[in-house]
Design a protein around this ligand. Structure first.
Ligand SMILES: Nc1ncnc2c1ncn2[C@@H]1O[C@H](COP(=O)(O)OP(=O)(O)OP(=O)(O)O)[C@@H](O)[C@H]1O
Ligand SMILES: Nc1nc2c(ncn2[C@@H]2O[C@H](COP(=O)(O)O)[C@@H](O)[C@H]2O)c(=O)[nH]1
Length: 216
């Protein structure tokens, strides 16, 4: 539940920004969807992209799909927290809704690459939790990209070519989880989220609560 007010409960906390990144095909979208369906306290940041829509994707759920002119307009109008070019397409995190949700104590989940992670971290360090998902091997990564059946052989080759460069950014993350099996990986991400939610610095009303306990 997202808390709308701080009047009725001393132990509310600020929302956090959970970033999931990985080389393409390692499984972050799979983990993200599972988390969103099982945890009502976290909502997705829906990115804007110039990439063509894949079969099965839904406008406003997976992405907001726009043309290059509209993306450029949004950049000019400062409507993104961060944006980057990934695999030749533009992707950006729109500001709309995110700030309000965090203020109300709701968490936000970001499926973005390492460039976006660095930009968000520079803007909101204390609120950001960075998780990097690795495939168990490069062979398995190729199998997943092929098995997904959404990309041409050319696109898959480009994603495989870029995988090692992306993996080289692993040390820019707070946590690294190997996605060997979906359930095991999901459990680890959920445990990270549970612990991060309990951090002393996120519990905005804790200082008053402790004062109450120690008074007199
Ligand atoms: N642990 C796993 N074992 C086997 N297959 C998996 C596992 N995790 C995900 N997959 C499958 O691998 C494929 C790629 O997963 P997914 O689309 O979640 O990757 P992604 O990291 O979000 O990729 P992209 O960055 O391109 O969006 C999907 O078909 C998914 O079902
Ligand atoms: N910096 C950003 N990266 C983003 C954003 N939205 C998605 N992404 C990353 O792009 C690649 C490719 O995604 P795909 O859906 O086309 O396969 C992947 O690494 C995403 O994490 C964003 O807003 N900013």
């Amino acid at each position: 539940m997202v808390h709308e007010s701080h009047d009725d409960d001393t132990l509310h906390r600020r929302g956090l920004m959970l970033i999931l990144s990985s080389p393409s095909g390692a499984g972050k979208t799979t983990i993200a969807r599972k988390l969103l369906s099982e945890d009502s306290e976290i909502a997705a940041s829906v990115s804007v992209t110039t990439r063509p829509m894949r079969e099965g994707e839904v406008e406003g759920v997976d992405y907001f799909f726009v043309d290059q002119a509209e993306f450029d307009r949004m950049v000019e109008a400062n409507e993104f927290y961060e944006w980057a070019v990934v695999f030749g397409n533009c992707y950006g995190t729109p500001k709309a809704h995110i700030r309000d949700r965090l203020k109300a104590g709701g968490d936000v989940l970001f499926d973005i690459d390492w460039q976006g992670t660095q930009q968000l971290y520079q803007k909101a360090q204390a609120d950001v939790v960075r998780v990097f998902i690795l495939p168990p091997s490069l062979e398995e990564l190729r199998r997943r990209l092929t098995g997904r059946g959404t990309d041409s052989a050319e696109v898959i080759a480009a994603r495989m070519d870029r995988a090692q460069a992306e993996i080289s950014h692993w040390d820019g993350y707070d946590y690294v989880v190997i996605n060997d099996d979906v359930e095991g990986c999901f459990d680890k991400v959920r445990e990270i989220l549970a612990a991060e939610r309990m951090k002393r610095t996120r519990q905005t009303g804790l200082i008053d609560f402790v004062r109450g306990l120690t008074r007199g």
